[in-house]
Design a protein around this ligand. Structure first.
Ligand code: ARG
Length: 477
């Protein structure tokens, strides 16, 4: 870099990165985290060059050892990164040539940075999803664990944030569990749909060297290679899907965050204000702020912004590689880091939430919560529901009682009375998927079995992530 912050290429830099525009063009700061995947792609490509007879066995072995040595340098923090070499790909190729001599110049035969970056990103996506899924499973386990402790803890259920009907804390927590379960499903499906290797597509039209993209695909743990080389170098659908999955996950996390913020207010008082919620105030001694939940609420903004940023970059871009596509990485890396941090923080918070059961019990004894049950009791006596609805509505307003709700049908039929008792209100709820004790026990069971299934899916994904690590580390002790 010269005194103006302008990058000037050293004499040994390849001509294709020499330009006065280098400062704007370089992607090294964002693509460095992809280095391991770049090495894996290069190792598979070197094998493909060997299989095609472009390189002999000894050459394949030298290049392979050179690439693995680079892997060790990067992991050990000794790799000489150079800004003037524009990106991770050219840094690796240049270093390889320094280590193994002019043979390093064979690395890019039959390959372009266009198919290279596309494969790097898919391998990154696989590992990122495995990490996010691990975090999500921990959050779901926390929700499930806390739900099973609070199956019988009644609380008011809300619609429009107004007290509606009794539910339990367990039922409320499991509602969040299922949202995150769908997020997990979407993340796994995104990896499934991205299961095509772009390597071998070259710049846009393949190569004349007799490479076999199907073999390279399998070496990298993909079940197939691309169908169309133009599509292969352009396709950023996996990243757009990942960002949507993460944005919706973050939106779900923000809903959970908002409830924690509300329930920890003195006005609700359902949650004790412990240190796990967040920090205190530097000024007001009494404060304990729900910072973790507030950040979960806010960070959905970042994740949604990242999705919009990527879709806007992709809009109108013609086929094959265009430099616009370089702008895909920053939003992806940002969303992945943002969501990982948020779910880890939420899992910790959920594990340590302390419910104020006395306060919840009092709230669950609000007579209003029993209005619908009373109307339904009238229905079982043959009163048309619309009439029952009106009777209860006028009655509740006029004669509140502390232990029962009672209403007499206008026909002169006997009055209907219900005890204000959360436990019996809950046991009346036998509908599947509801907050009643039997339904909730069945739901807990379903959730436990679902977690088991998800763990199995995660371990097959983790095996593919490890395959890449083994490819890069092989022969390394
Ligand atoms: N740094 C580029 C990116 O991230 C790599 C591909 C460059 N290809 C090219 N034709 N200049 O998209």
């Amino acid at each position: 870099m010269n005194g103006d912050g302008v990058i000037s290429a050293s004499a040994d830099a390849p001509s294709y990165v020499r330009t006065p525009a280098a400062e704007l063009l370089r992607s090294l700061p964002v693509d460095r985290p992809l280095a391991r995947y770049d090495l894996a792609g290069s190792l598979a490509h070197v094998e493909a060059l060997g299989a095609a007879g472009v390189l002999d066995r000894a050459q394949v072995a030298r290049l392979t050892e050179g690439l693995r040595a680079i892997g060790r340098e990067i992991a050990g923090g000794t790799f000489p990164w150079r800004d003037d070499l524009e990106d991770v790909h050219t840094n690796v190729e240049h270093r390889l040539t320094a280590l193994v001599g002019p043979l390093g110049g064979m690395l890019q035969a039959g390959r372009s940075r266009n198919d290279q970056i596309a494969v790097d990103e898919r391998l990154y996506l696989r590992a990122a999803v495995a990490r996010a899924a691990q975090g999500l499973l921990e959050l779901q386990e926390a929700l499930l664990g806390r739900a099973s402790e609070e199956v019988a803890t009644a609380m008011p259920g809300y619609t429009h944030l107004q007290r509606a009907q009794p539910v339990t804390v367990g039922h409320q927590l499991l509602a969040h569990f299922w949202r995150f379960d769908r997020d997990l499903d979407r993340l796994f499906a995104t990896v499934e749909r991205s299961d095509r290797s772009p390597l071998g597509a070259g710049a846009l039209a393949g190569s004349t060297l007799g490479l076999a993209p199907e073999a390279t695909a399998r070496r990298l743990g993909f079940s197939a290679a691309f169908e169309n080389s133009l599509d292969a170098v352009s396709d950023r659908d996996p990243l757009a899907e990942l960002l949507f999955d993460l944005a919706l996950l973050a939106v779900h996390a923000s809903g959970l965050g908002e409830e924690i913020v509300l329930f920890a207010t003195k006005e609700f008082g359902f949650l004790e204000r412990t240190e796990a919620l967040g920090s205190g105030s530097s000024l007001m001694p009494q404060k304990r702020n729900p910072d973790v939940a507030e950040l979960a609420r806010a960070r959905a903004g970042r994740a949604v912004g990242d999705l919009v940023a990527l879709l806007t970059v992709l809009k109108g871009v013609p086929l094959a590689y265009d430099r616009d596509l370089q702008e895909d990485k920053a939003p992806v890396l940002d969303a992945v880091a943002t969501v990982d941090g948020t779910i880890a923080g939420l899992a910790r918070l959920v594990r340590s939430l302390r419910f104020d059961r006395a306060r919840l019990e009092t709230a669950a004894r609000d007579p209003e919560l029993y209005a619908t049950d009373l109307a339904e009791a009238l229905v079982t006596r043959g009163v048309p529901f619309r009439e029952a609805h009106e009777l209860v509505r006028t009655h509740l307003g006029s004669s509140p009682s502390t232990s029962t709700v009672r209403v007499a049908p206008s026909s002169g039929a006997p009055a209907v009375e219900l005890a204000i008792d959360p436990a019996s209100a809950l046991s009346r709820r036998r509908s599947p998927g509801g907050p009643g004790p039997a339904a909730l026990a069945a739901q807990l069971d379903l959730a436990r079995r679902r977690l088991e299934l998800r763990r199995t899916s995660l371990s097959s994904l983790v095996r593919k992530v490890e395959l890449i690590e083994e490819l890069v580390n092989e022969g390394t002790t």
